[in-house]
Design a protein around this ligand. Structure first.
Ligand code: G1P
Length: 291
């Protein structure tokens, strides 16, 4: 069973400046919650019980958000603001814990994942990149289907979605014989990080959700620097694929790249209209803008 998820949050968010100058990009709010909470919820909905943040000294507010805040709780209780108290104490279900480890140098995504090696131990685990929000309201979300498939097949699962051909150089791209249907997996022949346009094996891009075996940590230790002079998770997966079957899982939900400003605005619109309390009023506001 997959009970652990690594969330690499050490990146400085330069694509999101100036907002990310003094708050972590993961703490920028999408409607009324920080972006990172949606990613944690996605993991928890898929059965994850331990969130492992790979973080940076400037990002303590992420850890604080998932911790208790005794002073605030006591104040709300004394003022009998029980609804608000519930909102802040129910951010994490009781069975879920958050631990953190530092990434001391920005050596790449593969290196960030490797920083969690001692916490992961012998357990297989998920990786969720927090820039991308995956909106999937089904009871079985994409990550839970990937975990189920991993349990059945023992093949690592890499979530993918189709992107326009001219954007392949921004992503990891998988090599598959045919494009699987949404919600299904197919064995991949290869994976390459940010191929030049015109050289990519497909247009199926790595979204930033992975289910991986514990042994990938040993492979990451052997992975030389790759694209961007960084240790790439993609390269370790390519090594893994030499000895074990790795599958591309084609997602059915929708992605929002909150690391980019326009992707963030799109996320605010979609999560805003779906919000249980604010949604209807927000829709009316959008219609007024259009009028
Ligand atoms: C990372 C991964 C890449 C993946 C992308 C998804 O790249 O290395 O394979 O497609 O996330 O967002 P980054 O965006 O950190 O450069």
């Amino acid at each position: 069973m997959i009970k652990k998820a690594i969330l690499p949050v050490a990146g400085l968010g330069t694509r999101f400046l100036p907002a990310s100058k003094s708050i972590p990009k993961e703490m920028v709010t999408v409607v009324d919650r920080p972006a990172i909470e949606y990613v944690v919820r996605e993991a928890v909905a898929a059965g994850v019980e331990q969130i492992i943040l790979v973080t940076h000294s400037s990002k303590a507010s992420i850890e604080n958000y998932f911790d208790r805040n005794f002073e605030l709780e006591t104040t709300l209780e004394n003022k009998k603001k029980y609804d608000l108290l519930k909102t802040i104490t129910e951010i994490l279900p009781a069975h879920v814990s958050v631990v953190s480890v530092r990434q001391p140098q920005p050596l790449g995504l593969g290196h960030a994942v490797l920083c969690a090696k001692s916490i992961v131990g012998e357990d297989d685990f998920a990786v969720l990149l927090p820039d991308v929000l995956v909106k999937d309201d089904a009871a079985d979300n994409d990550l839970s289907l990937m975990i189920r498939r991993f349990n059945e097949s023992k093949a690592s699962q890499i979530m993918v979605e189709a992107v326009p051909d001219e954007l392949v150089d921004q992503y990891g791209i998988v090599d598959v014989a045919t494009t699987p249907e949404e919600g299904h997996s197919i064995v991949m022949q290869g994976i390459v990080e940010k191929p030049a346009v015109g050289t990519a094996p497909s247009n199926l891009s790595v979204v930033g959700r992975y289910v991986l075996p514990a042994k990938i940590m040993q492979l990451l230790e052997q992975t030389p620097k790759g694209a961007g002079n960084e240790i790439q998770l993609t390269d370790a997966i390519a090594l893994l694929q030499q000895t074990e079957s790795v599958e591309a899982y084609r997602m059915k939900g929708q992605t929002f790249d909150c690391g980019s400003k326009i992707g963030y605005l799109k996320a605010v619109l979609h999560y805003g209209i779906a919000h249980p309390q604010l949604g209807e009023e927000f829709k009316t506001l959008i219609k007024e803008l259009d009028a």
